[in-house]
Design a protein around this ligand. Structure first.
Ligand code: NAD
Ligand code: AHE
Ligand code: ZN
Length: 368
């Protein structure tokens, strides 16, 4: 079939809206009509040529929601008409990682996914006879896409696609980092670096679990109002203080119980670790850093009890946990709608990247 898609032909070039060819689902695969997709900073990072796994040409996008249109042979867990969220972190429930119960990082199809291919080592997308790579196993910047069934979370049908798509990455990443990775307890104090589409979800997760002091840190002063809207109690702009770590340690009474990096900046990651309380503070790295960047600190920071952890997709097991997060949204336990600042048609998708880089959007969503 033909489908409309925004194709990344080269790094640092505008996406082009073209009609691409899409092959139908093979065994264990599912054809999805994407109804809405968010634009996450990770898409921008790959498009900007900063991803060591970046492949071009490809169809980016990993934060979608849609409807099952056709299932391939052997598919049993979803059926035509089901509403689904594509998962860049699948959940096969059979691999060593899934069975360990220690991680959400299913390894069943990670190798081919990182090469922009379906599990059988081929691509379903092509343009003028040339193969186009899949992205993070999702490629939600296409009106139709194909995914393995283990990479689909079935969600309730009354959830609007424009909001549910955000659960495919940003909401789950932020709220999940609090609930699954850090396991923040009521009364804790926390610092969140970077109040964008991820950081604000960390903040609402902290509020949901009953954190006491929630400090937001951002270079953009306009983010103060956004942070407060979702539960932030204190705001720090690093430009306004001479030593941001010393300031944070002071206002948190010796350091935070939990800190979260939601910037992808390796200098900030170090600050986040060092703003933790001696003896027990935990710093969670969520931000994705540019290829080639490394983190460092004095080992003494760890010797004296601070803990450095990472969180991918909020530690969520996609097929099990994302339908529950959609329920939390539908039940009013978390908010999504106010964070969707811009809704655009596919033809205007490049504007969404401009808005993100200018710090003018929290989340832009493309509606097909
Ligand atoms: P965003 O652009 O919406 O927000 C980033 C925020 O960080 C902005 O408000 C910006 O002003 C702020 N910022 C930038 N540099 C800063 C600095 N030096 N100090 C303080 N604030 C700073 O991006 P997003 O969509 O929220 O994504 C944030 C990061 O999380 C990105 O690196 C993205 O790739 C990553 N991410 C990771 C996962 C995961 O599973 N680990 C999932 C989604 C996104
Ligand atoms: N490809 C990059 C790493 C990118 C990365 O860390 N991705 C996160 C999700 S970001 C979503 O917006 C993730 O879940 N990683 C786990 C995984 O298996 O990719 C690189 O540095 O090579
Ligand atoms: Zn993302």
């Amino acid at each position: 079939m033909k489908t409309r898609a925004a194709v990344a032909f080269e790094a640092k070039r505008l996406l082009e809206i073209v009609e691409v060819d899409l092959e139908g689902p093979r065994a264990g695969e599912v054809l999805i009509e994407i109804k809405a997709t968010g634009i996450c900073h990770t898409d921008a990072y790959t498009l900007d040529g900063l991803d060591s796994e970046g492949i071009f040409p490809s169809i980016l996008g990993h934060e979608g929601a849609g409807v099952v249109v056709e299932v391939g042979p052997g598919v049993t867990s979803v059926a035509v008409g089901d509403h689904v969220i594509p998962l860049y972190t699948p959940e096969c429930r059979q691999c060593k990682s899934c069975l360990s119960r220690k991680t959400n990082l299913c390894t069943a199809i990670r190798a081919t996914q990182g090469k922009g291919l379906m599990p059988d080592g081929t691509s379903r997308f092509s343009y003028k006879g040339q193969a186009i790579a899949h992205y993070m196993g999702c490629s939600t910047f296409s009106n139709f896409t194909v995914l393995p069934e283990i990479a689909l979370a079935k969600i309730r049908k009354d959830a609007p696609f424009e909001s549910a798509c955000y659960v495919g990455c940003g909401v789950t990443t932020g709220v999940g980092a609090v609930v699954n990775t850090a396991k923040v307890e009521p009364g804790a104090n926390a610092v969140v670096f970077g109040l964008g589409g991820i950081g604000l979800n960390v903040i609402q997760g902290l509020k949901m679990v009953g954190a006491d002091m929630i400090v937001g840190v951002d270079l953009n002063p306009a983010k103060e109002e956004w942070g407060r809207r979702f539960g932030m109690t204190h705001f720090v702009n690093p430009k306004d203080v001479s030593d941001v770590v010393a300031h944070l340690v002071e206002i948190t009474g010796g350091g935070a119980d939990y800190t979260f990096d939601c910037t992808g900046n390796t200098t900030v990651m170090r600050q986040a670790l060092e703003a933790c309380h001696r003896g027990w503070g935990e710093s969670i790295v969520i931000g994705v850093a540019e290829a080639g960047k490394e983190i460092s600190t004095r080992p003494f920071q760890l010797v004296t009890g601070r803990v450095w952890k990472g969180s991918a997709f909020g530690g969520a097991r996609g097929r099990t946990d994302t339908p529950r997060i959609v329920d939390w949204y539908m039940d009013g336990k978390i908010e999504i709608d106010p964070m969707i600042t811009h809704t655009l048609p596919l033809e205007r998708i490049n504007e969404a990247f401009d808005l993100m880089h200018a710090g003018e959007s929290i989340r832009s969503v493309v509606v097909f």
